[in-house]
Structures are given as C-alpha cells and as structure tokens.
Design a protein around this ligand. Structure first.
Ligand SMILES: Nc1nc2c(c(=O)[nH]1)N[C@H]1C(S)=C(S)[C@@H](COP(=O)(O)OP(=O)(O)OC[C@H]3O[C@@H](n4cnc5c(=O)[nH]c(N)nc54)[C@H](O)[C@@H]3O)O[C@H]1N2
Ligand SMILES: Nc1nc2c(c(=O)[nH]1)N[C@H]1C(S)=C(S)[C@@H](COP(=O)(O)OP(=O)(O)OC[C@H]3O[C@@H](n4cnc5c(=O)[nH]c(N)nc54)[C@H](O)[C@@H]3O)O[C@H]1N2
Ligand SMILES: [Mo]
Length: 780
C-alpha cells in the first residue's frame, strides 16, 4: 500500500501511470503471467466481455483495447487467492464484519457454498442441493410471495437475468430491486416519456462525426477509460468538448493514450475538454436552462424567417411543447440561473454559442446528473437541449447516458424491473402459460423499507453488495438483519454476507472470465452494452474452484427446487444448453428475433432504437419538450434556509468513486488523478471554506447529515483536503459516506438515492483517533 499523502497529479490521465498501476494490480493478485494472457481476451470476439464497464468496444475484431480499470476488474476476478471453508473455520462473522471492505474482497474467490451457523457464529460448508432446499422451504412457506425480495446487480448475463425474472414471476412477485435503481433509473424515467426509449440514442460511430460533445457529471478517466479514446480522437479532429463538472477531473483535461506509441514515447498527451465549466453541485438544471435561454434569444433575434438557430422544421414535425418551454426560458431570470448553477451568464452563453455553431451534438451524462432529487428533470433538460436543434436521430448527434455495470442495460431488457410493463407480463403469460403477478414490486429503497417493517422476510441477491451500496447504512443493516433468510450469489466475500438474516447462505458462482462447462459443452452468455449492442461472452480461465456453479445453473436449480423441475419450463435442461434459453428470450422479446444466429456473428448485433430513427413511441407519437423550474426546494436549500445565524454552514456533499475502486470493491487506497494516496477518508473542500470553518488543511472532521426526521446520521474521521471545488460543495468517497444518505433522500419519480447532494455539516473530530481496521481500510 502506498504511504498516505496528498500530492497534485501532474501527469495526464492514462499513459505510463495507468500501465504501472495495472502491473501492480496483477502482482497483488499473484497472477502476473496468467493475468496478462487473460487480459488479452477481454472484449475479443472469442473472449469474454470485460466486466469493468458498459462502454462499447470500438472494434471487436481489432487488437486488445487497453483499459486500466478493465484490467483491474479482470485481475480481481482472476486472482489466485481463495476463501475456503478453512478460512471460515478460522473466523467468526463478528470478526469478519469488523474488517474493511478492502480486506474482505482481498481475501480472494469463494470456493464452496456456505451456510450460517448461529451457534458458532460461523459459516459452514453446505452441499448445493441442501442449500437450494433450504431456500425453497423458506420461499414456499411465505404466506405472500411479496415477502420475498430478489435483487440483481448489473453483471448478470442476459440468460441469467431472463431465467431469474421468469422464476421469480412464476413464483409470484415483481420485487426486483436492482443496481439500476441507484444508478441510471432517472435516465430511463426521464427519456421514456420524452422520446419513447429509455436508453441512449447514439452509436460509437457518432463520436466520429459530432462537432460538439457535452459531458455532464461523469468521470470517464476513472469510470469509462475507453471513452477517453473516443474523446481524444474527437478532439484531434477539432470537435468541441465541453465538460460540466464541479471538479476538474484529470481525465476530462488531458489524456495520454497507452495505444499511441508516440504519446507514450514522448510523454505527450492530448487535451480532452476545450471548455470546462465548474458548476455547483446540483446546478445542472439552471446551467442547461441558461444555455437554452441564450439559444432561444439568439433565435428570436435572428427571426425565424431566415432559418434561425433552432431546427424549426424538426420542431414542427417531430415535437410537442416547444412554445411552453421557450416562454419559460424567456421569462427565466439570469440572476437566479447564475446563483443556482454557479456559472456566469457569459459562461452559459459561451456554451450556447458552441452548441449553435455545431452541426451535430452529443450529450453524455453520468451519476453527477442522476443521483439528485430533481434528476429526472435534469435528464429531460439535457434532452430538451438536444431537441432544440434536432440533435436526435441523425449522424453525430444524440443522447448518451453512460451506463455503469457491464450488463445493467441488458438486465433491464430481459425484464429485471420492479415496474414491468403490461405488455411484458401478457407475453410471459402467453408463452409460458402462467399468470404473472400484476402489481408493481419494490425498488431498492422500498425493499429496505419492506424489510425494516418486517414485511420483507427473504432477501436473495444475484450479485452485488447490497449492504454497502445502498443508502442509510444503519437502517439498511437493521433491515437485512430482520430477515428470516438472506442469500447471496457471489464471486467474492463482501459486507453483505456478514450483515445477514437469521439464516444465511453464500452461493459462489463462476465469473465471466471463466469457462462455463455444461451438459452440452462450454457455454457463452450474452450482454448488452451502453449503446444497445448485444454480443456473446465466453470465459477462458479454468474456474476458481470445482464447486462453483454458473449463475444460470444456480437460478435453474433453485427454480426447480421451489416450483418443480418442469414448472413452467424444464429448468435443468435449459441450464444444460444456453442456446435454448436464448430461444425462449426471442419468444418473449421481439427485438431479439433470430437471437442465436445474430449473436453468432462476431461483434453481435445492434438492438433497434426507435428514437434514433425518429420514431417516437410516446403517447402522442412525438418527442416532447418538458418544462421544469430551477429547483429551490431541495434538502440542501431547506437545510440552508433553516440554519440559524451563526450556526455551522451547510455543505452540499456528493459521494463519488476513487480511481482504485469498482463501486463497493476497493482495489487499493489511491485516487491517482485526484492526488490522494494511501487513504480514502478524505473530504475535498475549497480552501476558503476550510478557513471559514476556522480549520486547517489536513484537519480531521466528522460529517453530519442535516435532515428533519430527528435521526442522527454521521460519518466520522475524515481528513480535509483543500481542493479546486466550488465553495459550499464538498466531495467524499462512497461507500464510506452511505451512512449519511437518508432513505428518504430520493429522486422524484425514479426513487434513486440522491447521493450526489446531501446537506451536511462538518464538525471537528474530537475523539482520540482510535485505529480500527474497518475505519482505517488498512491493507493486508
Ligand atoms: N473503475 C471504475 N469504473 C466504473 C465504476 C467504478 O466504480 N470504478 N462504476 C461503474 C458504475 S456502476 C457506474 S454507474 C459508472 C459511474 O461513473 P460516473 O458517472 O463517472 O460516476 P461517479 O464516479 O460517481 O462520478 C460522477 C462525476 O460527476 C461529478 N458530479 C458530482 N455532482 C455533480 C453535479 O451535481 N453536476 C455535475 N455536472 N457533475 C457532478 C463528479 O465530480 C464526478 O466527476 O462507472 C462504472 N465504471
Ligand atoms: N453513496 C453512493 N452510493 C452508491 C453510488 C454512489 O455514487 N454513491 N453508486 C450507485 C451505483 S451507480 C451502483 S451501480 C450501485 C452498485 O451496487 P452493486 O451492484 O450492488 O455493488 P457492486 O459493488 O458493484 O457489487 C460488487 C460485488 O459483486 C459481486 N460480483 C462481482 N462479479 C460477480 C459476478 O460475476 N457474479 C456475481 N453473482 N457476483 C459478482 C462481488 O461479490 C462484489 O463484491 O451502488 C450505488 N450506490
Ligand atoms: Mo452504476
């Protein structure tokens, strides 16, 4: 582990720093030689889909595309370390739960199914059949299937997700909370009523033709490194790249391409952003309104007769609601827009001028947009901006919500959704002959409430780390501990296995990099990337243990144990031949017609996206301009308004990822591009704000949420780091800050935890600094 220090990172993103970091990651996992070979198979036609992120591959047939964080994700799965029954015999759960997230994952791959033994407070081995029988007994004993909750993380393949939703609906519930609820749910919720599809409308090829690329609330240097390759190329051919981010993220500034021999040899780098707008956290709606206000004003000034700056023909033919939006924007007050966005009128006008000058514009966005109370409105503002100049449904233009987990989009396509459309349920009924449950199920936050109230009794997770990824940690842990049974299908040990119900199971599964051998031979699974490309993924490594089952086999055997081997499908036969699962998928989803044939083509196939063809599957058959006020009613606004004079200031906290983590999986303690080394408990804060608090850079503080439900929420012992961030805004890493996010802090309509805008106060940390592994995140 590196020594603790804060040091300005002088290099570009990518480059030698990235290569060095990968070789360190491989060495840590004891896989220097094998790992290198494994890496070369990522995103190759006959290899596996990279489990890192959902960014698409430029060319499935070309050479290996280097990606630091993809390499780390692969290395983490291909590790030589093992968590065996002997490991569990050495530790009680009470001991394990005191360890850090870093330490838990670092122990390696799980090798056998384990069951919790309350008498010894230890996990003991259990055979697979007994494990499935135990779950089936619980499920079949519930008076109401809605007392069971089935979580999904976004790594599950299409085949696993399809079988899972079929089993759960045949069992009788739509209780499908998933990681998407915490992630891009607002993108879907916002876009679906507006343009008829809840997914992005661009392809990679559009990045070659865009004149302007707007990037809101996304940190590709860390989270989607391969996107930097597209941005670099766009910059080199003269496209304008505009970043809207409270932090100056290194990956949005400069990039040294590890694929470019010249840049690597000369230590050269390509700038990424041509414009950088350091707006306030939560200021996006105001900023985009300011941009659009100027666009409308320019159009008004020119007069529509001479063409104007808007695409009037597109607006007339394809949209509704334009006049209402234009009126709202004309009436908007620049003073308010400046105050709420943190940008000057001149800055918003500059962005608008770039937008007007660009023939084709792409708008990308990430968690900086979606994890707010008004995130659905923010997404709709971004789409409004695109529609003004007809920037959807033509080359080089469109909406690009950049997805997280490698198959999170595919899981939704397969029906992992707590609010299933009636058409899906009708089709399931028609194809499989059972009556699926019609009532909506619970999302992530609602499922925590259900468990807290004692009405959610069985919690089953297909992947993920629910206990660490979700908000209001103390409430969530209490909720999970109230369950009769908690079950986790997983590759590695994590927090969620240790915060368990009265009975508990850990079911270890194959990872995506591993050979999946079934009755009919080795199997491939399919995934869908962020741009709707579906392709096959086949593992190449031998399984981490002979006892592992594929996720598909686990779902099938559980379904057979719970419902019967043939009800409503021959579960075990399907698990023996994934081709047959794909045949069922194409019967349910028309877009997947000829699934097996089309996915056999190297690179796979593209799913139809109606909006990208300017077909608007909305109630009125058109795309809609939607009007939203600049938010002034958020918890942060309310907390500031309620603060008594002289009291400690209220900051807007956003929780984010470091460079050395994959969500709740902590690979290491550095955040290289932000200059943080050997530690994670830091708060980025403006130097003037530190001074105003009467504190010094490096001081220790506790964070306390300002909320009106009478509950204390705090996260303790964070070090202040003076940083280039707007005043009044602070940032810290997730998951450590999840105790600060109240369950009731959610996005309107979408229900997504608003973990990018939590009102907090900072108080000096008073207790003596007691070292504790969980707090210190000490390396092994
Ligand atoms: N290596 C790695 N890759 C990953 C992941 C990972 O953890 N590690 N996670 C995967 C997943 S599931 C996801 S969803 C994606 C997440 O990828 P991102 O969407 O990049 O998520 P965050 O790291 O949370 O970064 C959010 C960015 O938004 C900015 N921001 C914060 N608040 C605001 C705001 O109010 N407005 C604006 N405009 N910007 C704001 C932050 O400064 C930061 O740059 O990455 C995926 N890829
Ligand atoms: N405060 C705050 N909270 C957040 C966020 C934030 O920005 N701030 N981001 C949110 C977002 S965008 C997301 S997507 C969620 C993520 O929520 P989750 O998806 O639940 O969490 P992950 O950390 O991605 O899950 C990691 C675990 O998945 C398991 N795993 C890995 N590979 C496999 C596999 O192939 N199969 C199976 N079965 N299991 C596997 C491993 O055990 C690993 O511990 O967190 C959300 N929570
Ligand atoms: Mo995500």
């Amino acid at each position: 582990m590196s020594e603790q220090k804060i040091e300005f990172y002088k290099g570009a993103a990518g480059g030698w720093g990235a290569l060095r970091s990968v070789s360190q990651a491989l060495m840590r996992q004891d896989i220097a030689v094998k790992g290198a070979k494994t890496l070369l198979s990522a995103n190759q036609p006959d290899g596996f889909d990279c489990p890192g992120c959902a960014w698409p591959d430029r060319n499935h047939h070309s050479t290996f595309e280097f990606c630091e964080n993809g390499a780390k994700a692969v290395a983490a799965e291909a590790t030589a370390r093992r968590v065996t029954p002997e490991f569990f015999a050495r530790h009680t759960v009470a001991e394990l739960v005191a360890q850090s997230d870093f330490w838990l994952e670092d122990q390696g791959r799980l090798t056998e199914p384990m069951v919790y033994d309350a008498a010894s407070d230890q996990y003991r081995p259990i055979d697979w059949d007994s494990a499935f029988a135990l779950i089936a007994r619980h499920l079949n004993a519930l008076p109401d299937p809605n007392q069971a909750i089935f979580y999904t993380s976004g790594r599950a393949s299409n085949e696993a997700a399809f079988l899972y939703q079929l089993f759960v609906r045949a069992y009788g519930t739509n209780n499908f909370p998933d990681c998407s609820n915490m992630c891009h749910e607002p993108s879907g919720s916002g876009m679906k009523p507006q343009i008829g599809v809840g997914k992005g409308t661009v392809q990679l090829a559009d990045f070659e033709q865009a004149d302007a690329i707007f990037i809101f609330g996304q940190n590709p240097g860390t989270n989607h490194p391969r996107m930097l390759g597209e941005l670099r190329a766009a910059h080199k051919r003269g496209a304008r790249i505009l970043s809207f981010n409270p932090l100056r993220e290194r990956g949005l500034e400069r990039f040294q391409d590890p694929q470019s021999k010249l840049e690597m040899a000369t230590l050269g780098a390509t700038p990424i952003s041509t414009h950088y707008f350091q707006l306030r956290v939560g200021g996006d709606i105001a900023a985009v309104k300011g941009i659009m206000k100027h666009v409308i004003a320019q159009d008004d000034a020119l007069g529509h007769g001479c063409g104007g700056v808007l695409d009037h023909a597109f607006i007339a033919e394809h949209t509704t609601g334009f006049e209402a939006l234009a009126e709202d924007l004309r009436a908007e007050d620049w003073g308010l827009l400046e105050a709420e966005s943190g940008l000057s009128r001149a800055q918003m006008q500059t962005a608008a001028d770039v937008y007007i000058a660009a023939r084709s514009t792409i708008v990308c966005w990430g968690m900086g947009i979606t994890q707010h109370m008004h995130s659905v409105a923010a997404v709709q503002m971004l789409v409004n901006l695109l529609l003004l100049r007809g920037n959807i449904g033509r080359p080089g233009a469109g909406a690009c919500p950049v997805r997280g987990h490698s198959n999170v989009q595919g899981d939704r396509s397969m029906g992992i959704w707590e609010k299933p459309p009636a058409a899906l349920l009708d089709r399931l009924q028609q194809v499989f002959g059972f009556e699926p449950p019609r009532a909506n199920g619970v999302d992530v936050v609602e499922s925590i409430r259900l468990m807290l109230e004692g009405r959610g009794k069985v919690f089953f997770a297909l992947g993920g780390n629910f206990a660490a990824a979700t908000p209001d940690t103390h409430a969530t842990w209490q909720a999970l501990r109230r369950c009769d049974l908690t079950v986790h299908v997983t590759t590695k040990l994590n927090r969620s296995h240790l915060v368990h119900g009265r009975e508990a199971l850990i079911l270890p599964c194959l990872g995506r990099t591993e050979i999946d051998m079934q009755a009919t031979g080795p199997q491939g699974v399919t995934v869908e990337d962020s741009m709707g490309m579906v392709h096959i993924s086949s593992g190449i490594n031998p399984p981490a243990s002979e006892h592992l089952l594929s996720e598909i086999a686990i779902v099938a055997r559980l379904a057979a144990a719970t419902l019967g081997v043939q009800r409503p499908v021959p579960w075990l036969e399907l698990a023996g031949d994934y081709v047959r699962i794909r045949e069922l998928i194409e019967q349910v989803f028309d877009d997947f017609h000829d699934f097996n044939a089309r996915v056999a083509v190297p690179g796979g196939f593209k799913l139809r996206n109606a909006a990208s063809e300017r077909i608007w599957e909305t109630p009125r058959g058109k795309a809609g301009f939607f009007v939203h006020a600049v938010p002034r009613d958020t918890p942060v606004h309310r907390a500031r308004a309620a603060r008594s004079p002289g009291a400690s200031p209220v900051f807007t906290l956003f929780t984010t990822r470091s460079h050395d983590q994959y969500n709740t999986t902590i690979y290491g303690m550095d955040d290289r591009y932000r200059g943080v080394f050997g530690q994670r408990r830091v708060v980025f804060i403006h130097a003037e704000d530190i001074r105003a608090l009467g504190m010094k850079n490096g001081d220790w503080v506790d964070l306390q949420t300002v909320w009106d439900d009478g509950q204390q929420r705090s996260a303790e012992r964070f070090r202040l780091v003076a940083y280039d961030i707007p005043r009044g805004c602070i940032a810290a890493y997730y998951p450590e800050t999840n105790p600060l996010v109240p369950l009731s802090a959610t996005a309107i309509v979408a229900g997504t935890p608003s973990s990018k805008s939590i009102p907090v106060q900072l108080v000096a940390h008073r207790l003596p600094a007691v070292p504790s592994p969980a707090l210190e995140e000490m390396a092994a």
